[in-house]
Structures are given as structure tokens and as C-alpha cells.
Design a binder for this molecule. Sequence first.
Ligand code: NAD
Length: 440
Amino acid sequence: MADQAQSLVRKIETREAVVGVIGLGYVGLPLAVEFADAGLSVLGFEVSTEKAEAVNRGHSYVRDVPSDRLARVVGAGRLSATLGYKRLGEVDGLCVCVPTPLNKTGDPDVSYIISVTESIRDTIRPGQLIVLESTTYPGTTRELLLGALTQGGRLTVGRDFFLAFSPERVDPGNQVWTIRNTPKVVGGITSACTEVARALYATIVEQVIVVSSTEAAELTKLLENTFRSVNIALANEMAIVCDKLGVDVWEVIAAASSKPFGFMRFTPGPGLGGHCIPVDPHYLSWKMKTLDYKTRLVELASEINAEMPRYVAEKAANLLNEHGKPVKGSRVLVVGVAYKRGTDDTRESPALDIIRLLAERGADVSYHDPLVPSLRQEGQELASVPLDDQRLSAVDVVVIVTDHRDVDYDLIRRSGRPVVDTRNVLRREAPETAAATASN
Ligand SMILES: NC(=O)c1ccc[n+]([C@@H]2O[C@H](COP(=O)([O-])OP(=O)(O)OC[C@H]3O[C@@H](n4cnc5c(N)ncnc54)[C@H](O)[C@@H]3O)[C@@H](O)[C@H]2O)c1
């Protein structure tokens, strides 16, 4: 290993290294706190004044990071946030956790990565490690970062500075699989890059998995999330099939899940949400289009999943019809607007589409979500309504979109109101079946 690499690894192992995290969002803030907890000094780089100030006050805006934990590392002087990039030169290792959304035409928007790369290029010094964590298409680290950072050959990667990709696997709200016990995949441009990045993550995770290139690491993340998208699409299609055949899809899934090999349980739902699974497969499809290959299965899965909110809205309309009511003027209560259980994140949530589709047809839609007190929808601010007998007796149909734990499902069950239960939570949480399905 080159001298620079060896001395950087030593610095990391002795906790003398300063770690920078660019983008203190759902991914960056937990990561920054984890490094600080491991005894490293951490500098967070943000563009949002509000977030930087909150971090420096020890006030967390990410549910998985309790404020007291954040306040502890901030108070100990191990973590601080800064606006702009003036202090980039101070860090030894830098993790880039900026957003990678889709643009209006559904193509990857890597503008955040490009803008950050320009700032790193202007401040890079020998002995620094840069790791891209943002989910992106295979080739990004090499094509967008490497060229810019070598500065026309002035710096040599693997000797003067180190560059790697390591996908973030954080699962917001998951209390079992945390940063620490979820293996971290790392792939560098050179083997020295990989080795330095491995040493950095070894300070916070139990297991680091090394792959041979940045492209393999980039593709690993896309495979993981495309795997979920495709299997969720299959479960969603199976739900439609079962509806048409008059068969209970949940019974079929439970029975198939008894097979101890060759089957993995996925469940249908109202559609995909969040920043990852609805977005990441498009990064793969886009890249492959540039190579003249159409990823048919991947795109079909995205299409099926994207149609689910409309399917759910239609189910609610049909249920109202069965009760002799038109959608127009009916009161609809949506339970859960976060994109999944245990999070307050509503980005890309199918609930937003379901609310919009029903409101467009004239329904009077309200929502209840214990984790989302208010919601901006079509320029309008909606507030979560309390869930009580009085409210339920006044609604015409309940649509359960998110199966948060902290909801009184028994109240909904006892109300006898018509329900579209996209998560099967009423039966799952029923006292007499909870024990039977607890292992699902
Ligand atoms: N949220 C998840 O569960 C999750 C899981 C795995 C991977 N990812 C990936 O991680 C990346 C980040 O996702 P996220 O959910 O944390 O996004 P986020 O929007 O919560 O956080 C991104 C942060 O970056 C900041 N930012 C934007 N531009 C910046 C810049 N130029 N300089 C400094 N800060 C900047 C934003 O203000 C924001 O705080 C994305 O590529 C995403 O696909 C997310």
C-alpha cells in the first residue's frame, strides 16, 4: 500500500482522522452521528441553514437519531455542521450523501453530485479519501468524480487521494438492522482506495464487504432495490389476480410462505414510496438505455407498482358504490400517509396519489397519521385528524395506506365502516390472528 494510504489508515484506526459528511439528511445525519460515536471528529456540510443550525443545537430532525444522542456528540465537540465548503480541506475522509432524485422526465438527476464534486475539486489535497454514498447509476464514481478530482493529472488516484463508492443501506425506522449490524459494501477505484475506505467503515460497522470496483458497488445497491421493486410488483400483480378470481391474496401468500426453500415472502400494498425503491430502478434502466439495452422486467415492475395508487382509489370508489354512494361528496379517511411503517417520510408516498385521485373525483378526503402531523398536498396544507369514534362514524370509507404501529386498528374494526385495507393490517393485528401471523 502506498505511503499516503498507510498513513490515512493509521489515522483512521487511531481515531485521529476527521470525517466529513456532505448532506445531513436521512442518510448523512445517522452516518455522521455513528462516526462521532465511534470516536472520530466529524464535520457535516449542509446547504440548509435550518438543518445545520439544528444539528449544532443538538436537535435531530431524523427520527432514527434521537436528539439526546445527537446532543451528546455535539456537546462533546465530536460533531458540528457547517454551511458551504470552506472547511473541506480539514477532513481526511469524506462521505457524500446528497440526493439523487429523478428529473421531470424521469431521468437521473445527478446535479447534486456534480455540484459537490466541483467543490471537492477546488479544495482536494493529498491524503484525502472521498466516498460517494448516494445511490446512482453504475459508472458515476469513475465518470463524474474521478476525472474532476485528478485535476488534469496533477493528482493520482490510489496514490495521492482515494476514491470509492459505498452504497448506503439504511432502512429508516428499522430498529433491528442498524448502521452497525448491516454489512457495508465498498468498492474503490484502486485496491488502495478500497483498503482506505474499508478501514473508515470498519470503525462503525461490524462487517465490510469488499468488491472489486466502484461499478460493482454501485450495481450492488441497484440490484438490491430493483430486487425489491420486482418482487413487490409480483405481489401487487398477484393481489389484482386474486381480486379478479375472488381468492384471498393474504391467505395464498401465507400458505406459499410455508415453503422453507425457494420462496421469499413479499406483500402487496398501495404502491411504492420513499426516496429509493421507486427511484433507483430508473437509474439502472437509464444507464442501460445508453448502452442500447431495454431492462424490460425492471421497467414493467416500476409500471405495475406505479399503477397501484389508482387501483386502490378505484377499490375505494367501488366500495362506496356497493354502499350506494358516489365518490363525489363522500368522506374518505386515509389512515397512514408516510410511505412506510415507522417513518414520517412522505416522499413519493402512494398516499399522496390516492388522496389526489379521490379528491379529483370530488371526495372529501382527510387523513390520520400519528407520525405526520401535517401534509402539503396540491398547494393545500392538510392536518392529521384524530382517530376516534366520532370521526369514524362520520366517514363513508376508510383507506388504510400505511400500517404504522401506533394506530388503534381495533377502533377502525369496531366502527364497522367500509375499509380498503391495503396492508391487511386489520386482520394481522386482530387479537385472534395476531399470534398466528406473528412469524410472517
Ligand atoms: N433515505 C433512505 O432511506 C436512503 C437509503 C439508502 C440510500 N439513500 C440514498 O442516499 C442519498 C441521500 O438520501 P437522503 O434520503 O439522505 O436525502 P435527504 O434529502 O434526506 O438528504 C440530503 C441532504 O443533502 C443536503 N444537500 C443537498 N445538496 C447539498 C450540497 N450541495 N451540499 C451539502 N448538502 C447538500 C440537503 O439539504 C439534505 O439535507 C440518495 O442518493 C438516496 O438515494 C437513501
